[in-house]
Design a protein around this ligand. Structure first.
Ligand SMILES: Nc1ncnc2c1ncn2[C@@H]1O[C@H](COP(=O)(O)OP(=O)(O)OP(=O)(O)O)[C@@H](O)[C@H]1O
Length: 459
């Protein structure tokens, strides 16, 4: 057999020989690269999209700056529509670009690294080093940020989960342009409450001097609570649109530990809303994580490999509280923190005490006032003979604004006012019946199915 022709010691000798040849070749290549670089008069700087797994805001600014550069000469253009603008904006889509600054030429190129993330490479002559490093880069980033602010493009950031539990990959921010039509005007809720929230938000955004004067970090916490479909997410979008803030949608279950949480939070920019949805589910992590850990352990044979210490840790309530009012909140300004929950009673009081969450906002079932706003949004309707029936049904029935909206939506692309209102009435009657039956069942359960017998009092 082959084994006989290649005894073990020969196999080892051959592999050692191959290994040393490869090492020598790579050694040679390394030094030849250094040799060429030594004589090359060009220097380059790279700007990665993610640095230490944090989103690099300079990268986004560079992208904006380069995107708007000399589109008249570019061969490949990208057309985008910026929020609130009627026309299209043309951006260059070339991978390489030559730019000039104070009479000096520089070259930009976009590359993709081994992990698939993009990075910009800036190349320039070493004689331009001082100008480029001291003022050109700053100029590009500032210009990019100015253009971003002018275009009022908001971003929706989400932290991607580590791809595999137990892997060393960590959570980082990714973004898409945020465009959501929601605004306070179309938000269906009690008008007085709405005004109160609106005033609070505006006062916060104009409060720079005030927060400085009282010596507090310029941040505000809102707790939105209420049943599903009552508009919690819609309100967050309306807040972002009102203040022109970006949203950071923080998925706590995708974060391994407190230090990762801290890194992600310190990487958020100012003028932003940090959202943790369904906080009651997110913070109850131990169950889910234990399950993941045991799954991982089962996959590993003989239990030889033990989980690394870093994989065992997870975000704790105290880690989150530490961020909210500890040192991390002071490292960034003009931030709003929003928690949402369907179950206020499940939350740890420490998490929501006043001062941490400055305003508790209840989003409740649809009232007649809220319905009128939805009727205006969906049907352009101020009043209708069927409104009085709907009003009395809404008083007796718990229905989420999302369900009301569903009934008022265009059918077959046509607005059918009577049809929609009748559909809503039907849905309300059905819900009312179900809720009545539910109430009877609940009462039975509460009183142990016993009916009241007045004779028992006598005997
Ligand atoms: N108060 C409201 N005003 C206007 N539209 C609403 C309101 N509540 C719900 N809607 C409509 O219902 C849809 C779902 O609502 P939304 O996602 O905001 O509810 P939610 O309270 O965040 O629900 P969940 O707790 O399930 O996340 C929205 O897209 C919106 O069209």
């Amino acid at each position: 057999s082959v084994q006989q022709f290649f005894p073990n010691h020969l196999k080892i000798a051959i592999s050692e020989f191959l290994l040393s040849t490869i090492q020598q070749l790579s050694f040679f290549q390394r030094y030849s690269d250094r040799f060429i670089n030594f004589f090359s008069p060009y220097v380059d700087i790279t700007f990665s999209q993610y640095d230490d797994y944090q989103f690099n805001h300079a990268f986004a600014a560079i992208e904006t700056y380069l995107g708007t550069k000399a589109t008249d000469k570019a061969k490949h253009l990208r057309a985008i529509q910026v929020r609130d603008s009627k026309g299209l904006v043309l951006k260059r889509d070339d991978a390489n670009l030559r730019d000039e600054y104070e009479g000096l030429a520089v070259w930009w190129a976009i590359e993709t690294d081994a992990q698939g993330y993009r990075r910009y490479k800036l190349t320039f002559h070493r004689s331009s080093r001082d100008v480029v490093t001291e003022s050109y880069v700053k100029h590009v980033v500032e210009e990019g940020k100015l253009i971003e602010a002018k275009n009022k493009k908001m971003k929706l950031f989400t932290n991607n989960p580590s791809t595999q539990w137990g892997s060393n990959k960590t959570s980082f921010w990714r973004y898409i342009d945020f465009e959501h039509p929601s605004c306070f005007q179309t938000l269906a809720m009690d008008p007085k409450k709405k005004e109160e929230i609106l005033n609070d938000l505006v006062a916060f955004s104009n409060g720079k001097e005030y927060y400085k004067k009282i010596g507090k970090a310029w941040k505000r916490g809102y707790l939105l609570y209420g049943p599903p479909g009552t508009g919690k997410s819609t309100m967050i979008a309306a807040m972002a649109n009102l203040l022109n803030y970006s949203i950071y949608d923080l998925e706590l279950t995708a974060i391994k530990n407190n230090s990762e949480l801290r890194k992600l939070l310190t990487a958020t920019s100012s003028k932003s809303i940090i959202v943790i949805e369904d906080i009651d589910c997110s913070l109850d992590l131990t169950g889910e994580r234990n399950e993941k850990e045991s799954q991982l352990m089962n996959q590993k044979k003989d239990g030889e490999q033990v989980l690394k210490e870093q994989d065992k840790s997870f975000v704790t309530l105290s880690g989150l509280l530490n961020f909210i009012d500890g040192i991390w909140s002071a490292c960034g300004q003009e931030r709003i923190i929003v928690f949402t929950t369907n179950h206020l009673e499940k939350l740890d009081p420490a998490l929501i005490r006043r001062g941490r969450m400055d305003m508790h906002i209840e989003l409740s079932h649809c009232t007649f006032e809220a319905f009128k706003i939805l009727a205006q949004n969906y049907l352009d309707l101020d009043t209708h003979p069927l409104f009085s029936e709907i009003e009395s049904l809404l008083k007796e029935t718990k229905i989420a604004p999302a369900d009301v909206a569903e009934n008022l939506m265009k059918k077959n692309r046509e607005i059918d006012i009577d049809g929609s209102l009748n559909d809503l009435i039907k849905a309300l009657k059905k819900k009312k019946k179900i809720q009545e039956v539910q109430l009877v069942d609940d009462n039975k359960e509460k009183h142990g199915n016993k009916t009241f017998n007045p004779f028992r009092l006598i005997f």
